[in-house]
Design a protein around this ligand. Sequence first.
Ligand SMILES: *Cc1c(COP(=O)(O)O)cnc(C)c1O
Length: 383
Amino acid sequence: MHTNSTITLSLSALKKNITFLKRTFGRDVKISSVVKGNAYGHGIPEFVRMASRCGIRHFSVFDTDEAKKVKEAATKNTEIMIMGFLQNEDIPWAIAHDVSFFVFEKERLQQAVRAAKKSGKKAGIHIEVETGMNRTGFDLREIPTVIRLLKKEKEHLDFKGLCTHYAGAESVANHYRVTEQIGMYKKVYTMFQKEGLVPELRHTACSAAAMVYPETRMDMVRIGIMQYGLWPSPETFVSFLNKRKIKTDPLRRVIAWTSEVMSIKEVKSGDFIGYGTSFMAKQKMKIAVVPVGYSHGYSRSLSNQGRVLIHGRRCVVVGNVGMNMMIVDVSELKGLKTGDEVVMIGSQGQDDMSVASFGDYSNQLNYELLSRLSKDIPRKTDV
Ligand SMILES: *Cc1c(COP(=O)(O)O)cnc(C)c1O
């Protein structure tokens, strides 16, 4: 465990986000909380416990390892769905623990049937349809084979879902592509329906699709970024605001990331700061060392760019971000002491350091920045 910094999660923020999402989607749409990437860096155990307290009973993960972590933290009657990687040898575990999984290849479907037969229990499967993302999913020409297998192996398969994932619903530029995808999904759904195969859940939408294309909500939405209090893109936020009278952000950021001043020193005019020569002091400066670096998830591309809050003021990162440390300009601060709080994400005084503003400096998306936060940073829940 690192002791250099702390991640604090806000239960009240999460409650607010989930209430907003539920109100937006309505009662008939189930919410699956997407917690891949260590719950977008928030930490699976802590986040899943909080989300469970907010009434979430469905979680989506990328692989078996994450499914196991969710299982440990979640309350009973919680469904877990693996959307990505699953090795054949883990299929029996998934079946035994009622963990459902995406199926996008004939091979996996056959493995699921085999494992189900062996265990005497049905495998919960979600058939993923390729609609235009060109990543995973059955192509249209494979659908008749899938239908045939599903009918033949009915006693061994629980048809939990028919799903797809949209490519770039967060950007208006992809409007045509996404609309085509919706059309393709509907076409494939009809093919199943005609054969008497009706999935328990039709689910296709991520946050952006659920907000921008309401028809994609169907029976369940898979919500990642928005439950954490962030918008999938500035465009999605603007499009939401344009439809509303009250122009305020209904979401609250759940995460805060803080550290402390480790050391303070004076630097002479003309001296270089940190490794290399990327920053030269133009006048006498006071600098503070913060024990956070790229190994903890503070990107090196924030060198000479990032901002942190100290004493309620924005302080600029000077020189290159190191593996474990960075240096910030605190020339303007009076009475600074070692141990004073440093905020990388979160608020301090009147000011706020959002994930987005920190992301903008380094051209990283919110998603990437959050998921890179080291697993070893302790997580606390603020309740
Ligand atoms: C990550 C992911 C989501 C959630 O996306 P957000 O944009 O964070 O809401 C939904 N579906 C799939 C298949 C995903 O991989």
